[in-house]
Design a protein around this ligand. Structure first.
Ligand SMILES: NC(=O)C1=CN([C@@H]2O[C@H](COP(=O)(O)OP(=O)(O)OC[C@H]3O[C@@H](n4cnc5c(N)ncnc54)[C@H](OP(=O)(O)O)[C@@H]3O)[C@@H](O)[C@H]2O)C=CC1
Ligand SMILES: CC(C)(CO)C(=O)C(=O)O
Length: 333
């Protein structure tokens, strides 16, 4: 099948390389050094699913019509990337592989004639340098749609991608997005401190703050009627217990999440953006929790503060020491 992958970073690069290995005719879009390198020496993926170097067709915007496309940019770049490729995306199934809550809705607004399918990566990948991606923890890609008339297209996407890497089809995509949003509470602290997700989750001070932000996000989800999907060890009953238990017991969950991440230090996709001097996706992660809270007349002070601190590091380029982070959170408690 002719498959377009828009944005060949950590996730798009993995999807493109593995679809190529599965025998598909893959065209990618990329920019700058990434585009030059992939054109010159291909796209190499290593780690969780083995080694493969793909030599996909590579351009700044698609220049051949795909039969299926994956949009794999960070949330803040998706609208621009979709608009730039709209000519070739019209009328074909478009899969939005993105964290946060808004990706599918925005794509549906931009591409009213295309069936949009949502995807959530439940694996971890690092964009090490141009043309080189490392899968640091393998896991499935969750595929779904909230539109019952699009379920057959979601199933088709799941079986196509499933021949290249593990997929899981879900009926409640919104519930899966919210569960992943809770997992993505692990992203902010590495971006603020420069430490790995594993280190921050088990850290006595930082891990307690992350536990607080996760509990805040879960409570807001419940208050706004979310039914959390079972994903990465999280489930509706577990999250209910997590939100209600004393924080000392709640601390167990981030520790379990850290152990599930394996030994390779996981910077998370947000710290990877900071390290490259790029804007982060934080307004679509902790920021999404803040917006959901406001829409229901609630507040999310921990998520709001984490969002502000990530923006501070984005601007200054300087990570915060643990004591500085602790002092900020003492002020809001
Ligand atoms: N990395 C991970 O482990 C995981 C990431 N995710 C999620 O997956 C999504 C993608 O993240 P990730 O792969 O890490 O992000 P990356 O930043 O590694 O990759 C995004 C790529 O999109 C490119 N891009 C942006 N705009 C355009 C455009 N208009 N045309 C062509 N290319 C473009 C970027 O290029 P440039 O560098 O030039 O900006 C970059 O190469 C995010 O929502 C993230 O939260 C989910 C689970 C795990
Ligand atoms: C869960 C995690 C941290 C995996 O890397 C992720 O989704 C991300 O990096 O955005």
């Amino acid at each position: 099948m002719r498959i377009g992958v828009i944005g060949a970073g950590a996730i798009g690069g993995t999807i493109a390389a593995l679809l190529d290995r599965a025998g598909h005719d893959v065209a990618i879009t990329a920019r700058g050094e990434q585009l030059e390198t992939i054109r010159a020496s291909g796209l190499r993926v290593s780690g969780g699913w083995g080694e493969h170097t793909a030599r996909p067709r590579a351009s700044a915007v698609l220049d051949v019509p795909p039969e299926l496309a994956f949009v794999c940019t960070k949330a803040q770049d998706a609208a621009g990337a979709i608009t730039a490729n709209a000519e070739w995306l019209a009328g074909i199934p478009v899969v939005i592989v993105q964290n946060g809550l808004d990706g599918v809705r925005i794509a549906e607004e931009l591409l009213p004639g295309s069936p949009i399918v949502g995807a959530i990566a439940v694996y971890a990948a690092s964009y090490l340098r141009a043309g080189l991606i490392d899968v640091t923890a393998a896991g499935p890609t969750i595929i779904g749609t909230n539109d019952p008339t699009r379920r057959d297209i979601a199933a088709h996407v799941s079986s196509t991608l499933g021949a290249a890497m593990p997929t899981q089809l879900v009926s409640d995509f919104r519930g899966a997005q919210w569960s992943k949003l809770i997992v993505n509470q692990v992203n902010a602290m590495p971006a603020i401190t420069g430490l790995s997700a594993q280190v921050t989750l088990v850290h006595p001070v930082l891990g307690r703050i992350v536990t607080g932000s996760m509990r805040e996000a879960v409570r807001i989800g419940f208050a706004t009627g979310v039914r959390f999907a079972s994903l990465q060890g999280l489930s509706q009953p577990l999250l209910r217990a997590f939100a209600m238990a004393p924080i000392s017991i709640g601390r167990v969950l981030p520790r379990v999440m850290a152990s599930r991440m394996g030994d390779t230090p996981n910077p998370g996709s947000t710290l990877q953006s900071i390290r490259r001097g790029q804007p982060t996706e934080i307004d679509y992660l902790n920021g999404a929790v803040v917006r959901a809270a406001r829409a229901s007349g609630l507040t999310a002070p921990i998520n709001e503060t984490l969002t502000e601190l990530v923006h501070r590091v984005e601007k200054s380029g300087d990570f915060l020491e643990v004591e500085e982070v602790a002092a900020v959170f003492r002020r809001i408690n």
